[in-house]
Design a protein around this ligand. Structure first.
Ligand SMILES: [Zn+2]
Length: 206
């Protein structure tokens, strides 16, 4: 498996997939030391003129995520759609070219989950007639959904600067964690309510 991955994925491809921006003449800011100017050369293999880090795509991935070479090989196989024993690279473009760092992925998941919840609220708690008072969850959904959709849009943008803005916003005071907990708590509440509704309906029938 190691060999087929090394044959199919260059260090440069791996680096780009995982969010390292490659500048002119195949140079990038080195993620392995406090690099101010691009001193990492990316090609089939990588070499850093600043800290001396060097190796292949597997080794690069292992270092970047702090995982073993074996896990790194598996991660690459998954990312690039390589099946062990074969040299197929036809699925290389399976995933969108927008590279997502770990933190970005984390933020995006939280936003998408919240957006899904808001969409549910918008439908489920919509007033049934004009005279009905607004349910607070319906109000929250109306207020927030456009903004959340906008953030998700930015997170899907190819421009790393725009993604960075959202990540900064969400990681300030660990907001992303609170958002996740908020969504989970409310999802549980919804499920609880649903069960009660079913129970009440059954109670009404008998
Ligand atoms: Zn370096």
């Amino acid at each position: 498996m190691f060999e087929s991955i090394k044959a199919a994925v260059t260090a440069r491809q791996a680096a780009e997939r995982f969010g390292v921006e490659v500048k002119r003449s195949r140079m990038a800011i080195c993620p392995f030391h406090d690099d101010r100017t691009p001193s990492l050369k990316l090609d089939q293999r990588y070499y850093c003129f600043g800290c001396g880090a060097n190796g292949d795509a597997i080794n690069f991935t292992a270092r970047l995520f702090g995982i073993s070479n074996y896990n790194a090989a598996q991660k690459l196989a998954e990312e690039f759609g390589i099946h062990s024993g074969s040299h197929t690279t036809e699925n290389t473009q399976k995933k969108p070219a927008v590279p997502l760092r770990h933190l970005e992925q984390h933020c995006l998941f939280a936003l998408v989950a919240y957006e899904r919840l808001l969409r549910f609220w918008k439908k489920h708690y919509a007033p049934r007639s004009l005279g009905d008072p607004f349910h607070e969850k319906f109000v929250e959904a109306c207020h927030r959904s456009a903004f959340i959709a906008h953030l998700i849009d930015d997170m899907s943008d190819a421009d790393p600067w725009r993604r960075r803005q959202v990540v900064d916003l969400l990681t300030e005071d660990d907001q992303v964690h609170r958002l996740q907990e908020y969504v989970i708590r409310n999802q549980e509440e919804e499920q609880q309510d649903e069960k009660e509704e079913v129970r009440n309906e059954r109670g009404a029938e008998t």
